[in-house]
Ligand binder design. Structure first.
Ligand SMILES: *[C@@H]1O[C@H](CO)[C@@H](O)[C@H](O)[C@H]1NC(C)=O
Ligand SMILES: *[C@@H]1O[C@H](CO)[C@@H](O)[C@H](O)[C@H]1NC(C)=O
Ligand SMILES: *[C@@H]1O[C@H](CO)[C@@H](O)[C@H](O)[C@H]1NC(C)=O
Ligand SMILES: *[C@@H]1O[C@H](CO)[C@@H](O)[C@H](O)[C@H]1NC(C)=O
Ligand SMILES: *[C@@H]1O[C@H](CO)[C@@H](O)[C@H](O)[C@H]1NC(C)=O
Ligand SMILES: [Fe+2]
Length: 469
């Protein structure tokens, strides 16, 4: 199950194997990996990763995300600090070199005594699939050029690789997580981000300067591959004591998502198709009870998923439904009660969540038999149910969630309080390879992994299959 990076010295590799001794209990593992227990601290404002790009009014915090439902559009976002400047994006494909232009809109907002820079969002549409494009922003002052690759056309046996990062923040550990993701030999082509971005709200008056630093820190990845955003609790920024009563104000000004393309009425819940996958993003911090906009949307959304078109059905949310740590324990329970039966009915392959600053992977289980009077409220094995993965281990300043409930529930296959990231590598309609990497290991080392079998095309129990390594 564990692969050792042979670029490491042999003695260090042996040490890793020794430290990986696990306690086995009903098929569940609580990793006894011994990690450094240093305090997690934020990178200071003068850190290299926060440096301003050179030149007057140079565009900064450049980031991209998918801009439509199918993957033929990209939203390009950037901030100019001194003046609004041009809204124009110049873009050209690697093959044609013919420069096209698109125009965006500029936004500014105030938060207590902070005033934002000029936040630009521009959607470029009708792109070709599977094509490398260059793009230029900051036209007229200090232009900067970046690039991205569009996804393959939506389809059945189209390979595609996603990175998974959650609860990133801007500590030294956050920087290690991002570096490990970048250096992972199986690095993704897009990131599924499960919420809690900057943690600016941990500073006095939610110092929004820390939203700017986070944008500059992550630019080295977000400018080149789309990050698919999920809203977490650290995006709420609701502070009535200082007059800030509009929830999600910094987040919604800075990070745009293509929610209208999936008939959503708010940017907190939406869906996209990308290559072989249908990705539904849910909002743990927006109303989800019956009759609410999110409920009505999701009820209409699941029947739209066509597994002959997009075989892999993935759900992202911030607060996990199945979490056996003593942090945020049962916070996902109310949403689970509302939506879990749909996840089983529509055979969701996998649910990725964050919030708990650790890693955990479940068996395929459901808990949907309970009806208030029958007493049948217990998770049971269910091959129509998703695997639940908590990947809130990005490395933010709040530190690791080390306190776990005991005994480990039998449905929890593997849990470990270490910082890291994961990869979901879709090979074809039946197989996807999932791997979790912890920051303490070499870039290529997988601390946990699983071959996923698609719930529609190959609904075999992964955990009892000889196909697992
Ligand atoms: C905002 O107010 C806080 C508290 O009074 C102060 O420390 C900070 O320097 C102010 N920032 C700006 C940009 O005025
Ligand atoms: C962050 O990581 C990058 C890439 O590894 C490195 O060049 C940079 O010096 C790091 N910065 C800090 C503040 O740790
Ligand atoms: C599902 O997608 C397949 C492949 O694109 C298509 O042939 C089929 O008609 C679709 N089914 C429905 C119900 O739209
Ligand atoms: C772990 O969490 C439990 C439940 O909240 C608490 O009772 C216990 O004291 C915690 N243990 C430690 C070592 O913090
Ligand atoms: C799908 O991918 C898996 C893993 O690479 C492989 O074993 C399997 O043969 C592939 N299936 C088809 C139909 O190509
Ligand atoms: Fe959170």
């Amino acid at each position: 199950m564990r692969v050792v990076d042979f670029s490491f010295s042999a003695s260090f590799a042996v040490l890793i194997l020794v430290l990986n001794v696990v306690e086995v209990c009903n098929g569940s593992e609580t990793s006894r990996f011994v990690r450094n227990v240093e305090k997690t601290v934020d990178m200071p404002l003068d850190s290299d990763v926060f440096a301003l790009p050179p030149g007057y009014n140079a565009p900064q915090q450049v980031h991209i995300t998918q801009g439509d439902h199918e993957g033929k559009a990209v939203i390009v976002s950037w901030v100019t600090p001194n003046e609004a400047g041009s809204n124009k994006v110049l873009y050209w494909s690697e093959k044609s070199k013919l420069k096209k232009q698109a125009f965006g809109k500029v936004y500014t907002y105030k938060f207590y005594n902070y005033t934002s820079g000029y936040i630009h969002h521009c959607t470029i549409s009708n792109l070709k699939y599977n094509t490398k494009y260059f793009y230029e922003v900051g036209i007229g002052y200090s232009p900067r050029t970046f690039w991205f690759v569009t996804p393959p056309e939506v389809g059945l046996d189209v390979p595609y690789t996603f990175g998974l990062i959650g609860d990133l923040g801007q500590s030294f550990d956050s920087n290690i997580t991002l570096t490990h993701y970048e250096q992972n030999p199986h690095k993704g082509k897009a990131v599924l981000f499960v919420g809690d971005l900057s943690y600016a709200d941990n500073y006095p008056f939610h110092d929004n300067v820390r939203w700017d630093t986070w944008g500059r820190f992550t630019e080295r990845s977000t400018a080149y591959q789309p990050w698919i955003w999920t809203a977490g609790n650290h995006e709420i920024d609701f502070v009535p004591e200082i007059g800030e009563t509009e929830p999600f104000k910094p987040y919604t000004n800075r990070y745009h998502v293509p929610y209208k393309a999936s008939e959503s009425t708010a940017p907190f819940w939406y869906s996209i198709k990308r290559g072989p996958s249908y990705i539904i993003v849910l909002a743990s911090y927006s109303a989800y009870g019956k009759y609410t906009p999110q409920y009505k949307w999701l009820e209409m959304e699941f029947p739209k998923v066509n597994r002959s078109e997009t075989p892999w059905l993935i759900v992202l949310m911030h607060s996990p439904w199945y979490n056996s740590y003593n942090y945020h324990y049962m916070e996902g329970e109310t949403m689970r009660v509302m939506y879990e039966s749909w996840f089983v009915k529509y055979k969701v392959d996998v649910v990725f969540a964050g919030h708990v600053h650790a890693y955990e992977r479940s068996q395929r289980i459901s808990n949907i038999a309970y009806n208030i009077v029958n007493g049948r409220c217990v998770p049971v094995k269910d091959q129509s149910a998703p695997v639940y993965i908590t990947i809130g281990d990005g490395g933010n300043l709040e530190g690791l969630a080390t306190n776990m409930t005991e005994p480990q529930p039998s449905y929890s296959v593997y849990r470990e309080a270490s910082f890291g990231h994961a990869i979901f590598d879709i090979k074809n309609r039946t197989h996807a390879y999932f791997s979790w990497n912890r920051n303490h290991d070499g870039y290529a080392v997988e601390a946990d992994s699983l071959w996923f079998f698609n719930r529609h095309w190959y609904p075999v129990d992964e955990l009892s299959s000889s196909e697992q390594k």
